[in-house]
Design a binder for this molecule. Structure first.
Ligand SMILES: [Zn+2]
Length: 242
């Protein structure tokens, strides 16, 4: 069940049988010559949408802009600052909590978001703690590639050149749902290294990839990743929601 395709009465009725919700969260940032700018929110969105086809699971609209300052040297990237993202997550959570949601699960698609999502959780819990009241809800985040079995499948599909940004697995996941982009990669496997600011990032990683060879991606591999991740999400979410 998708929140954005529901009426308020349907959400009201849902809350009588469950108080849990999944929020896909990611980023809008460059993903190399063939990766979509939306890759990091599209992956958790595709997985969550697949999961709700076979389980009574409510999925929120995606939180689609995150921590992408280091990608601002590439056209189309949109970034929040950490303070803005913390404030936005604070407002999303308190909006949902006001209606009675007690278990809010963020399915994350961007490694750069992890620290800031955790900071948002601390900010939210602190506001309850300082006011000497219970928050009334629990929060968690899970990276989609950490769902049970997903890392093993991606390693089997891409033993060399999986990479850490514009990875072969995330490009494959988006190819399962959206048109494939073509480009020739030079070098075949992108360089690896640290992440600092946007100008430095573009200098180190000229086409935007880090350590990856996304030419190995196929829609079939992406479909297998989505199906496995969706099945694992249903179990992981049930354990949290219950
Ligand atoms: Zn990504």
């Amino acid at each position: 069940m998708l929140l954005q395709h529901s009426t308020w009465q349907e959400i009201d009725a849902f809350l009588k049988r469950s108080k849990a919700i999944v929020i896909p969260i990611g980023s809008t940032e460059q993903h190399g010559p063939t990766g979509l700018l939306g890759t990091d929110y599209l992956c958790p969105e595709l997985i969550a949408h697949e999961a709700q086809k076979s389980a009574d699971l409510l999925v929120a609209p995606p939180f689609l802009v995150g921590m992408a300052q280091h990608h601002l040297g590439f056209a189309g990237t949109i970034s929040l600052r950490p303070s803005t993202m913390v404030a936005s997550i604070f407002d999303w959570v308190h909006s949902l909590a006001r209606h009675g949601f007690e278990r809010i699960y963020f399915l994350n698609g961007h490694g750069g978001n992890v620290a800031t999502i955790n900071a948002a959780f601390s900010e939210i819990y602190a506001s309850a703690s300082f006011a000497a009241r219970s928050s009334g809800f629990a929060l968690m985040q899970r990276n989609w590639w950490e769902l049970a079995g997903v890392r093993e499948l991606a390693e089997a599909q891409f033993p060399v050149g999986h990479g850490t940004h514009a990875t072969a697995s995330e490009v494959a996941v988006t190819q399962a749902a959206y048109p494939i982009k073509h480009a020739s990669y030079e070098p075949k496997i992108a360089p690896t290294g640290p992440i600092y600011d946007a100008i430095d990032f573009r200098r180190r990683y000229p086409d935007g990839r880090m350590g990856s060879d996304p030419a190995q991606a196929t829609p079939e591999k992406g479909r297998a990743l989505i199906e496995l991740a969706a099945a694992s999400l249903v179990k992981d979410f049930a354990a949290f929601a219950g």
